[in-house]
Structures are given as structure tokens and as C-alpha cells.
Design a protein around this ligand. Structure first.
Ligand code: ZN
Length: 364
């Protein structure tokens, strides 16, 4: 049966099963043909239809009831789901048997589709489909929860637009190259405590490792080692102890490399060779002062040289134009070299596929 225009289905969260799958009633809609972890699906018992949200029109989403029970039903337009998701499109294109099978349900004559996603993801998905303005603040920011839903549901049900938007948001706020980092505008993902750890956990959950170097670098400049340990420990489902060791090892290596590659001119005896005599003493004094100041930086402050372009650092303050120009060149060359090698500090050289490896996704 192809879903008729404006026909509806009910989406219901099932709290009983643990494996990720979506199962339509097989007598009404045959089992989905792709990307649904079908091998993990089991028959489900008939559900209580007493707690239902009707989403008959986009405007009615404002009246959606909160999730107050473990099980919740939403009436949605099958045509909308089919238009946005190839998984739902495939599902709705399958012929329906004439009669209901055991354990299968209709609600008001509509097929019932079971989802095993979190209520937060289901709620966010419905907002994204029916009321997309709702997920943005007036400043255009969007919560991490919604971005996570774009990616989780986008991948699982092949909502291509959601997946593309979610990955674009992550790459915008956590760019992989120095030029994009230095020119990135204000973040679109709303800032809040622990956000960087949540982004790192999501990147591990969905194997989006190409954003991890930039995410970790942000983490290193925001948190000290104790806070990083705590951040990993409270997200141990996806941030393992091995990940923590790799992360802290990279942090130490980066710290040393910043001194050697970005700030080496501060300690270079030859830096002032061929300097004009007039301002030599002045520049020597400035260099000495800056070198002593850098020595007192903690690791978080030290790594900020990697994330801060010369024009926003204060290292050149007080230097003559020639010294400032020379120092800027060495500073930026060091940053460029380190950013080019950034994935290697985390052992992520092979994970730079910014397309998210769609082919593998199809197999999952
Ligand atoms: Zn000078």
C-alpha cells in the first residue's frame, strides 16, 4: 500500500525492548526493508492506546502533550515521513495484508509504528518536522539535544536533510582546518556547561571522528585535567577509559609541540640577529618578558596559542615592526603545521572522511 496523501500513522515509543528498531504491524505494513536493525526486531504485544498526541496539522504541535508515561503515541502524516525519510518511504510503499496479525494494532484505522528511540529524540524529531522554528532561539542558536536528534534519527531513518544539517552544524562549530577555525563565526550550537564533552561523546557514538581533534582542542582550552577526567567519567557509555588515555596523551604532546613549533622564536638566540641597533634593547626586553610570561602558562593557556591567531594574541605587543612581522610568520607557520597534523596527535589519521562514510551506514 502506498501511503495516500495526508494519510496518517501513529508513532509510538516502546519502552520494553532494548534493541534499536522500528517495527510496523506486519499485517498492515510489512517489515521495513533497509537500515532498521531488522535482525534485532521482535514481535511486540498490543499496546494501550490511551495516551495519544494528535498532530493533524503543523499548528497542532503546539498542543502536544508532554511525555508523562513511558509509552506515548503521536499521530503524524505518513506522507511527510515518507517525503523526508527513505526508510519510512520504503516502509509505506510495501503492500498491506488484508488482516491484522497477532500483536498488531491500528489506531483510529491508522497503522501503528513502534519506535525505540528516546522520548527526547522522538519529541525533537516531531518538532523538526512540524515546527522547525521552535528548535531555534531568536539568535538562531539550536540546542545540542536537537543537533544530536538530527544526527541519530537522520542516520537511523535516513532523514537526509536532518543528517546533512546536523553534520554541517558540528563542522561549523568544530571545524577541522585552521583557516575555518580562524574564520568561524559565533557558535550556532547553544553553549552550556559540559557541551564539549557531550559533543565528543556523540562523535564517538556516531563515529564522527573527523570532528574529534577540533572538539578535543576546544575541551583542552576550556577544562583542566581533573575536569576532563570527570567529563569522561560521567559519559562512560561513549567516552571510554582508553579514549581518556588517548585524549590526555594528546594533550601532553600538544603542549610540548606548541612550545617547540609556535613559540620557539621566543627562545631563539638568533631571532634578533641583524636587528637595528636603535630598538634592539627594547625588543630584547619585550621578548624576555613574553618568554617569562609564557613559562607561567598552564596547559590550557598554552594550548590557546594553537587556537588563537596572531592578531588576537598579545605576544607581539611592544615589538618593533620587523620583529613583530618575523614573530608572526613563525607563530602562524607553527600553528599551520600543527593543525595539519592535528588528527595524528589523537591517532585519527585514517578518520578524515568528512562525508561520514555513508556506505558503511547503509550496512548498519
Ligand atoms: Zn625588533
Amino acid at each position: 500500500m502506498k501511503a495516500a496523501p495526508n494519510s496518517r500513522v501513529f508513532l509510538s515509543r516502546s519502552s520494553t525492548a532494548t534493541s534499536p528498531c522500528l517495527s510496523p504491524p506486519s499485517s498492515q505494513l510489512q517489515r521495513p526493508v533497509r537500515n532498521m536493525s531488522e535482525r534485532n526486531c521482535t514481535k511486540r504485544k498490543r499496546v494501550d492506546h490511551g495516551d495519544t498526541d494528535a498532530l493533524d496539522s503543523p499548528s497542532s504541535t503546539k498542543n502536544s502533550m508532554p511525555f508523562t508515561t513511558a509509552q506515548k503515541q503521536y499521530r503524524v502524516h505518513s506522507s511527510l515521513l515518507a517525503h523526508k525519510s527513505t526508510v519510512f518511504s520504503d516502509m509505506f510503499s510495501l503492500p498491506q495484508p488484508a488482516e491484522l496479525g497477532a500483536g498488531e494494532s491500528l489506531v483510529d484505522g491508522c497503522p501503528l509504528v513502534f519506535l525505540q528511540d528516546s522520548k527526547e529524540d522522538v519529541r525533537n524529531l516531531l518538532d523538526l518536522l512540524y515546527d522547525p522554528l521552535k528548535v531555534h532561539t531568536l539568535e538562531g542558536r539550536i540546542s545540542f539535544s536537537v543537533v544530536a536528534t538530527m544526527l541519530r534519527m537522520g542516520r537511523k531513518y535516513d532523514f537526509k536533510t536532518l543528517w546533512d544539517r546536523g553534520t554541517a552544524l558540528l563542522q561549523r562549530d568544530y571545524p577541522a582546518t585552521l583557516s575555518k577555525w580562524d574564520s568561524k563565526p559565533k557558535p550556532l550550537i547553544a553553549r552550556r556547561s559540559g557541551l564539549t564533552f557531550d559533543v565528543a561523546a556523540l562523535a564517538h557514538e556516531l563515529d564522527l571522528k573527523y570532528i574529534l581533534p577540533s572538539v578535543y582542542l576546544s575541551m583542552f582550552t576550556e577544562y583542566n585535567m581533573d575536569a576532563i577526567r570527570e567529563g569522561f567519567a560521567t559519559r562512560s557509555d561513549f567516552l571510554t577509559s582508553d579514549d581518556l588515555i588517548s585524549c590526555l596523551t594528546a594533550r601532553e604532546k600538544l603542549h610540548k609541540a606548541v612550545t617547540q613549533n609556535i613559540l620557539d622564536w621566543l627562545h631563539d638566540d638568533d631571532f634578533l640577529n641583524k636587528h637595528d641597533f636603535d630598538s634592539l634593547m627594547l625588543c630584547m626586553e619585550v621578548l624576555g618578558r613574553q618568554a617569562r610570561a609564557v613559562l607561567t602558562d598552564d596547559i590550557s593557556e598554552n594550548l590557546e596559542y594553537l587556537t588563537t591567531k596572531w592578531s588576537k594574541s598579545k605576544l607581539g605587543s611592544g615589538l618593533c615592526p620587523k620583529c613583530s612581522s618575523d614573530a608572526r610568520r613563525e607563530y602562524e607557520n607553527g600553528r599551520s603545521m600543527m593543525w595539519n597534523e592535528l588528527p595524528s596527535y589523537f591517532g585519527l589519521e585514517e578518520d578524515e572522511d568528512e562525508d561520514g562514510d555513508e556506505d558503511e551506514d547503509e550496512e548498519q
